[in-house]
Design a binder for this molecule. Structure first.
Ligand code: ADP
Length: 627
């Protein structure tokens, strides 16, 4: 037997390890299973190149809980260690690794999130155990070794009588960590971190129901047998070649990743590069709908099939964090802070690659089956629109597949839209006017008016639309977007003939004054216009600019000064409408006011602006009129 002191410069490293990232104690299990996996795969490699004269067989890793003895054991059938190797790898290399890691990250660890996921290695066992033993037998013809350490820098190293190759780690779980003696807790951790690790992991046994033998009676119970409970899938779909997978394999893998998710993904993107960086993975487009926030944190990041995190912020462009699936890369540096990660060259390349793959996939879906793409548009548009807004490269690529739906359910590309409206939808300055609605019910009257005149109206209803059209206006030449209720249609779009006013300028001035006084509302600016006599007499509009700025602010971003401003509207009065002449010619002030109030309320009603007491009064007044 030999005893010794681990080569330490910091006497108190064990308390330090224990304190380290108190919220992340659970990662010890992942670290130990990673070591067991490495040891197993190393042996596989050695035997395949003829260096190790062993039968590799079908090794697995076993995790055992003994609540009574307060022990947790991790047993592998990997290459094992000789006493000399334990001395070297555990007492020296691993220890100095852990020490260095702690020195480096002690200060920054708490706020960095991802830090602590990697690096502590074997010694993370001391976060939950007050004594750790290693019993290990090398594949080499040497006696087994037994290492034991009780959390002080002293250790013992003796010979052991283990005869099968491999390593057994015994953790004597500390008083304050007994949660790790609960079977359910261990199962939870294994499922979280090791679900797709490349070596089968056994955790206890389970009972499996077998087929009834031929000729068995209905009431005979089906036979059962006890089998190893393997908790992981060592060959997950993303590690396979796309050519070896069917559509159903992708769907099944989605189920595996999100067992609690009942909807089907819309489509998937298989990522697979090995130069200039290594990355594999499968991304899924889920049905998104309108909600942007609920969806995040669903992509899982793995490093060589070991789960790292489901927060991929900084690695994947923000707009893609709404997708689901898996990314696996050994090239993503993990022991660094997020801001460092975002600036890292390799990570930038990865992010660019993923963006490109997603754009290519969308383009091929659009080209190969446009009808299907259109049918899915409403479920995927949020990601695409957000991507167009935030990534210039994606914006360029999206030119080919981004769709602009009309209120009548036609889906147009930008090019098609332009072809349709360039000639007949221009404003006074010759700019192409893209009319859009955000709500077909609320803006029904305005949409109808525009359609009656033969104009095309888009339906753009995502929450980020105000930002997107702002971007479209600046990146495309000579285009302006305006919501159908932004102004009266004849003011928005240039017409050949100009309307002749039936009222004189004086009469208009006079009317404007009376109306302004009667409606008693400073949020409305009265505007006299000579329009078609069949256009409504009073129309409420909301100027595009102010409304858009306010909306941009509500959804984040946009200039600050508009947020607190009150809603401002225009009350457009059609000076050519007979009712307006009637108002002018009405003798008594009282009757005049009644006509104005009723018309104003009707205009508000059509813009969904008549509420509360005003609505109650309006209804009462209307009943009085017809009774
Ligand atoms: P790392 O795995 O990052 O090298 P660790 O502290 O986890 O650091 O482990 C240190 C070393 O101890 C490993 O590199 C390996 O040589 C050895 N080791 C740890 N666990 C095992 C095991 N289960 N089987 C064989 N060797 C092991």
């Amino acid at each position: 037997m030999s005893t010794g002191k681990i080569n330490v410069s910091v006497e108190n490293i064990f308390p330090l390890i224990k304190k380290f990232l108190y919220s992340d104690h659970e990662i010890f299990l992942r670290e130990l299973i990673s070591n067991a996996t490495d040891a197993t795969l190393k042996l596989k490699h050695l035997s395949s190149i003829g260096e190790a004269n062993v039968t590799y067989g079908n090794p697995m890793i076993e995790v055992k809980v003994d609540k009574e003895a307060k022990q947790l054991r991790i047993i592998d059938q990997g290459l094992g260690m000789t006493a000399e190797e334990v001395e070297k790898y555990i007492n020296q290399v691993a220890f100095s690794g852990a020490e260095e890691f702690l020195n480096k990250y002690e200060d920054s660890a708490k706020d960095a999130g991802i830090i602590g996921h990697f690096g502590l290695g074997f010694y993370s066992a001391f976060m939950v155990a007050d004594k750790v033993e290693i019993i290990t037998k090398s594949y080499k013809d040497e006696p087994a070794a037994h290492w034991s350490c009780d959390g002080s820098p002293e250790f013992t190293l003796t010979e052991a009588d283990k005869s099968e190759r491999g390593t057994e780690i015994i953790l004597h779980i500390a008083e304050d960590s007994t949660e790790f003696l609960e079977e359910a807790r261990i199962r939870e951790l294994l499922t979280k971190y090791n679900k797709f690790m490349p070596v089968p992991i056994k955790f206890g046994t389970k009972v499996e129901t077998l087929e009834k033998p031929e000729g068995a009676k209905e009431e005979d119970p089906a036979p059962t047998q006890e089998v190893d409970d393997i908790i992981n899938n060592p060959n997950p779909a993303w590690t396979k070649q796309p050519t070896d997978l069917e559509e159903d394999d992708y769907k099944n893998f989605y189920r595996e990743l999100y067992p609690m998710q009942f909807d089907e993904p819309l489509f998937n993107i298989h990522l697979n590069v090995d130069y200039p960086f290594n990355l594999t993975g499968i991304l899924y487009f889920p049905k998104l709908g309108q909600d942007m926030n609920m969806q995040k944190d669903r992509i899982q990041l793995y490093q060589n099939q070991v789960f790292v995190t489901d927060n991929v912020e900084g690695i994947v462009p923000d707009f893609l964090t709404m997708l689901r699936g898996v990314i696996d890369s050994p090239d993503i540096p993990l022991n660094v802070s997020r801001s460092y990660l975002q600036a890292d060259g390799a990570v930038k390349k990865i992010s660019g690659y993923i963006t490109r793959k997603v754009a290519d996939k969308l383009k091929s879906l659009f080209t190969n089956d446009r009808e299907d793409f259109e049918a899915k548009w409403n479920d995927i548009k949020l990601v695409i629109e957000y991507g167009m807004l935030s990534e210039d490269k994606f914006f360029e690529k999206a030119e080919k597949f981004a769709l602009y739906p009309t209120v009548d359910g036609d889906y147009l590309t930008w090019e098609e839209l332009e072809g349709k409206i360039k000639e007949n939808q221009t404003d006074k300055d010759g700019k192409m006017v893209v009319l859009y609605a955000s709500d077909t019910d609320a803006q029904h009257a305005y949409i109808q008016t525009a359609k009656d005149k033969g104009y095309t109206v888009l339906l753009l209803d995502s929450p980020i639309v105000p930002h997107l059209i702002q971007k479209l206006e600046t990146s495309k030449e000579n285009v302006s977007f305006v919501r159908v209720d932004g102004d009266h249609i004849d003011n928005l779009i240039k017409k050949e003939e100009t309307q002749i006013s039936k009222l004189s300028d004086e009469e208009k001035e006079q009317l404007k004054e009376v109306i302004t006084k009667s409606i008693e509302n400073s949020s409305y600016t009265v505007q006299m216009e000579a329009m078609d006599s069949d256009a409504a007499p009073f129309i409420i509009t909301q100027p595009e600019f102010m409304r858009r700025m306010k909306e941009m602010q509500q959804t984040g971003g946009g200039p600050n000064m508009f947020g607190n401003m009150p809603e401002m509207y225009n009350l457009v009065v059609n000076a050519n409408h007979p009712l307006v002449s009637d108002i002018l010619n009405t003798k008594t002030d009282k009757k005049k006011e009644r006509l104005i109030k009723q018309s104003f309320d009707l205009a508000k009603l059509s813009q969904n602006l008549l509420k509360g007491e005003a609505l109650t009064d309006f209804i009462k007044r209307s009943y009085d009129m017809i009774k």
